[in-house]
Design a protein around this ligand. Structure first.
Ligand code: BES
Ligand code: MN
Ligand code: ZN
Length: 494
């Protein structure tokens, strides 16, 4: 992760400089700390030649403009007075791209207040993520060189405090991206649980459950999915007591986050086609987001009690795998006819959701899952879909999405959809046919929330990006981490 150091606001004598520019205020920005004068007016001339106006998302890279600087990247913030935190973060993300081979980069504050300047640093760090664990032959000249970012500030203490609050969130995001990027031969359920155990160092209480304990409890749905794989399942419970829940005893009801962690989804006996199946290594992205979120909350010592639960399984076809037509008994006691072994995520979540509400009596449960291809058809890769039985929670989630840029849109639940999962021989079946496939999956989950306040985020289209975005290089996005951290910060920290 790029290191961010706060430094006094003065023109650097070398290295690269990021210059944020409000729309229509190019001259003012260029003269920051005497930059334009020190370069003999080269900065203004170059920005004029580039027709750079400071529009949102606009960038101009100036090479060796003088004054010892290697590069100046001007980045547009959009109209003054309309610069949101997200706009500042995205500007930071745009600006860092041409600078990753620099040795030193300073971020000029310009007219930005410390909170927005810190958001620019956040954006720059988020965009600079790279998963290069398995590259052994990359040439040095192809590798990014940048290690640290200087955040220049006229209010050093304020800027340092703003960055200190953001840094743990970046760490949560990067943890989630690392987990999602790992191949499934490395990231088995057991290995993923081990990495969760490592988070105890942040003050999280981490408990891991294996198949014996699950059998004793009666997790028939989760175990049915797991039974085709030699890699044993795990359930991990991560608890954060930031509001004194532990001290208050059982009085405080935690916020609960539940993630689908299918470390690889072949489809099982209802096997998926070969083309693109490698993508199913990221079928654990819901769990990855929950783990990243819990790391973020603990890392920034959030004043809230929260619990994160992840169901970790591998869905494989084999002589021991469950068959289409099998009937499993879930932890709730309800029975499920498994029509399609590829609709496995809902089976895993059924047992974890029931366990969550029963064990923790949470204020709400929010689950995240790469649950259906149908959700990708509905909303594409721009917006996550969600369902909720509570309008207030839904409104808060939507607002957190707008604030972080991790957008989401609500879809309906209803009795008529619920009818689609009626079974002839069991309490329900695990598929509801093609029409409204994301909705019938949500209906299935709703049968395991026991009437609790709940939201389900289907992140199938959002977990992995095929193209770069301002805050996310292509690949694992960690969608959900910043979204839910924002939800907690805005509405649940006293
Ligand atoms: N993990 C998949 C959903 C998925 C598909 C996520 C593509 C990301 C990209 C899930 O387990 C699945 O296979 N769902 C099936 C359900 C169907 C059998 C009812 C699907 O969407 O096709
Ligand atoms: Mn599947
Ligand atoms: Zn799946």
């Amino acid at each position: 992760m790029l290191d961010v150091a706060i430094a006094h606001a003065a023109l650097p004598r070398s290295g690269a400089l990021v210059l944020p520019v409000e729309e229509g205020a190019v001259a003012a920005a260029a003269s920051w700390a005497g930059l334009d004068a020190a370069t003999g007016g080269a900065v203004t001339r170059a920005l004029e030649a580039a027709e750079f106006k400071g529009r949102k998302g606009q960038t101009a890279t100036l090479l060796a403009p003088g004054a010892g600087l290697s590069r100046v990247v001007a980045v547009g913030l959009g109209k003054p007075g309309e610069i949101t935190r997200l706009a500042a973060a995205e500007a930071g993300g745009h600006a860092i791209v041409p600078l990753l081979r620099e040795e030193s980069v300073a971020l000029a504050p310009g007219a930005l207040p410390p909170a927005l300047a810190a958001q620019m640093a956040l954006g720059a760090v988020l965009r600079s993520y790279r998963f290069d664990r398995y590259r052994t032959t990359e040439k040095p000249e192809d590798r990014p060189r940048l290690r640290a970012l200087a955040l220049l500030s006229e209010h050093e203490a304020e800027s340092a405090a703003a960055w200190a609050a953001l840094r743990p969130v970046v760490e949560g995001v990067f943890l989630a991206r690392d987990l999602v990027s790992e191949p499934a031969n490395v990231l088995t359920p057991a290995e993923m649980a081990r990495r969760c155990e490592g988070l105890a160092s942040l003050g999280l209480k981490v408990e891991v459950m294996g198949p014996e304990q699950m059998r004793t409890l009666g997790f028939g749905a989760l175990l049915g999915v797991a039974q085709g794989s030699v890699n044993e399942p795990r359930m991990v419970v991560m608890r954060w007591h930031g509001a004194g829940g532990a001290r208050k005893g059982n009085g405080a009801r935690p916020l609960a986050f539940v993630g689908k962690g299918v470390t690889f989804d072949t489809g099982g006996i209802s096997i998926k086609p070969a083309a693109g199946m490698e993508d199913m290594k990221w079928d654990m992205a819901g769990a990855g987001a929950v783990i990243g979120l819990m790391a973020a909350l603990a890392g920034r010592r959030a004043r809230v009690d929260a619990v994160g639960l992840v169901g970790l399984v591998e869905n494989m076809p084999s002589g021991t795998a469950q068959r289409p037509g099998d009937v499993v008994t879930t932890y709730s006691g309800q029975t499920v006819e498994v029509i399609n072994t590829d609709a496995e995520g809902r089976l895993v979540l059924a047992d974890v959701l029931w366990y969550c509400q029963k064990t923790f009596d949470p204020q709400f449960m929010i689950d995240l899952a790469t649950l259906t291809g149908a959700m990708i058809i509905s909303l594409g890769h721009e917006t996550g879909g969600f369902f909720s039985n509570d309008d207030d929670l839904a409104a808060k989630l939507h607002a957190a999405g707008e604030a972080t840029g991790e957008k989401l849109w609500r879809l309906p639940l209803g009795e008529a959809y619920d009818k689609q999962i009626k079974s002839n021989i069991a309490d329900m079946k695990n598929v509801g046919g093609r029409p409204g496939g994301a909705i019938t999956a949500a209906q299935f989950l709703q049968r395991f929330v026991n009437g609790r306040k709940w939201a389900h985020l289907d992140i199938a289209g959002m977990a992995w990006a095929g193209k770069d975005a301002p805050l996310t290089p292509k690949g694992a996005t960690a969608y959900g981490v910043r979204l839910l951290d924002q939800l907690v910060a805005d509405s649940y920290e006293g």
